[in-house]
Design a protein around this ligand. Structure first.
Ligand SMILES: NC(=O)c1ccc[n+]([C@@H]2O[C@H](COP(=O)([O-])OP(=O)(O)OC[C@H]3O[C@@H](n4cnc5c(N)ncnc54)[C@H](OP(=O)(O)O)[C@@H]3O)[C@@H](O)[C@H]2O)c1
Length: 275
């Protein structure tokens, strides 16, 4: 863990400017790479101090350095396995000690196992919920009083599997649905904390690259050809970029989104078949 500049932001409450709402300090989970990294850097470029957490110290240090370069007044990296029950409270405390408060919490960390339902055991299901669902609940609980004081924002990253069940996604789908239900319930609390959900579709990160490599191997295709096949099967023109998700998160943190809470936003290039 490394706090760059402890007194950089101060304890200002209800801080607002024309562009962004809430105290300009953010905690992003699962930010050592992929979507979490893009969210952290996007908020950093809007002047947020950012705390990033995941297991990879090297990845986090790199993202923290990138955040400072992008404009974050402070950057804090905290290494933890978020499946451990005491990790979220420890991380929230370290973040508020370092930044003097919290304006934004983004629960992004997630890694659920895909595959044949009959080959997935209890441990696979419990592990998927331990990271993405239970850590989200624990982070929200640990951060709630700080967010209530700052009239802050929670954004929980779910996924299109929440609305479109798949035979190969019997862990991730239910986890993502549970995140939406939980977030809606939390948004109904009386404190002024806005709680919203973003559901990514097929976004190019390591998770998607592994799926593409598997498809290329199964069908003896190049990676580019596997990409074309997967997009055609899904009925989309291309995959998304982590920036596409980060842009929506950034908007939801802004004053323009001050009337938006309890909502779920799907960013999927049109892959979701239903309405
Ligand atoms: N990419 C997509 O197409 C897609 C689609 C739908 C939903 N999503 C959701 O979007 C979120 C981000 O996905 P992504 O594609 O960016 O994934 P990713 O590239 O695999 O990144 C996952 C992040 O979570 C962290 N993480 C994993 N296990 C952890 C653990 N036990 N403790 C702490 N941190 C952990 C990873 O860091 P370490 O390995 O260093 O711990 C990494 O920073 C996930 O919740 C995912 O379900 C993604």
């Amino acid at each position: 863990m490394r706090c760059q500049r402890r007194r950089g932001v101060g304890k200002a409450r209800n801080w607002r400017d024309n562009e962004m709402t809430s105290l300009k300090t953010a905690l992003v989970t699962g930010a050592s790479q992929g979507i979490g990294r893009a969210i952290a850097l996007s908020l950093a470029s809007s002047g947020y101090s950012v705390a990033v957490c995941a297991r990879s110290e090297e990845g986090l240090e790199k993202v923290a350095a990138e955040a400072r370069e992008a404009g974050a007044p402070d950057a804090l990296s905290i290494t933890a396995d978020l499946r451990e029950p005491d990790a979220p409270a420890r991380i929230v405390n370290a973040t508020t000690d370092c930044f003097g408060g919290l304006g934004v919490l983004v629960n992004n960390a997630g890694a659920t196992k895909r595959g044949d339902f009959l080959k997935l055991d209890d441990a696979d299901h419990l592990d998927g919920f331990a990271l993405k669902y239970h850590a989200t609940v624990r982070f929200c609980r640990a951060a709630w009083s700080e967010l209530a004081q700052s009239e802050g924002v929670i954004i929980n990253i779910s996924g299109v599997g929440a609305h479109t069940p798949e035979a190969e996604f019997t862990v991730g789908g239910p986890v993502n649905s549970a995140i939406i239900n939980f977030s809606k319930a939390l948004s109904k609390r009386p404190e002024n904390v806005r709680v919203n959900v973003v559901c990514p579709g097929h976004i190019v990160t390591d998770r998607l690259k592994y799926r593409l490599q598997a498809l290329a191997g199964e069908r003896d295709l190049s990676l580019d050809a596997a990409r074309d096949v997967m997009c055609a099967d899904l009925g989309i023109s291309d995959f998304g970029d982590p920036q596409d998700i980060a842009a929506m998160v950034r908007y939801l943190c802004s004053a323009q989104a001050q009337y938006i809470t309890g909502a779920t936003f799907t960013i999927d290039g049109g892959v979701t078949p239903g309405i």
